[in-house]
Design a protein around this ligand. Structure first.
Ligand SMILES: C[S@@+](CC[C@H](N)C(=O)[O-])C[C@H]1O[C@@H](n2cnc3c(N)ncnc32)[C@H](O)[C@@H]1O
Length: 215
């Protein structure tokens, strides 16, 4: 079994252990891109293309993007090749965030942000599109973190989330996505099922729209 496969698997054991997961990524940050490329990690490219499509279909010239769990900045890097986007990112890991800064694809990147915790900061209700690639996966965040992503979107803004196939099954993500709790915050616009993600398996990509009138 290749090291890259094992390194990815070892990141899948940290459900409800944010400090263990953070430490794992702090150590992995400088080798992450190479390992993921070795396992045909296409999720950030698929997510960036989705964002570009959503911005073309529903956005305005001022659509700002929030990359939730930006990691080393792969989504921002791909997005930059598609259009002139203003992108902010957050990540649990300081070292992953530092790698994202190096891409120069982001206006601002914040490390040490835990999307599983309720947030109250100046960036809430701001973004036309919130994107999250590879974060709703085994050992990372529970489906309830979707609430946080919705908080960052502006009213009427869009939220795009990937869910690794085995994660969605194990956590019951679909039930939560269709729950009354989420329905009171956002509408589920559409889902692309079992699309390309990583060599081992596919993912679903979900698009939500935050309720409320744009200001
Ligand atoms: C598989 S990587 C995906 C990174 C990037 N979005 C990509 O597509 O390559 C998962 C990322 O989620 C971050 N992460 C995991 N749990 C998190 C949490 N609770 N809050 C914020 N970021 C988190 C990790 O630090 C890591 O950078």
């Amino acid at each position: 079994m290749s090291n890259s496969f094992t390194n990815i698997k070892q990141s899948h054991v940290f459900f409800d252990d944010a400090s263990g997961l953070k430490n794992y990524y702090e150590d992995w940050a400088t080798r992450y891109d190479v390992d993921l490329a070795d396992q045909k990690w296409v999720a950030p490219r698929v997510a960036a293309n989705f964002v570009h499509f959503l911005a073309s279909a529903y956005g305005t010239r001022e659509t700002t993007i929030f990359d939730a769990g930006c990691g080393t900045g792969l989504v921002g890097t791909f997005l930059q090749t598609l259009g002139n986007y203003v992108i902010d990112g957050v990540d649990l890991s300081e070292n992953m965030a530092a790698e994202a800064v190096k891409t120069n694809a982001y206006r601002k990147v914040y490390g040490g942000v835990d999307l599983s915790e309720p947030v109250r900061d100046e960036r809430l209700d701001q973004y036309g599109i919130v994107v999250s690639s590879g974060v709703f996966t085994l050992g990372h965040v529970r489906p309830t973190a979707l609430r946080t992503l919705i908080e960052y979107a502006r009213p009427n803004g869009l939220i795009l989330v990937s869910t690794r196939g085995s994660y969605a099954t194990e956590t019951g993500f679909e039930d939560f996505a269709r729950s009354r709790e989420i329905g009171e915050l956002a509408s589920l616009e559409f889902t692309v099922k079992n699309a390309n993600y990583i060599a081992e398996e596919g993912a679903d990509y979900w698009v939500f729209r935050k309720l409320g009138k744009a200001q």
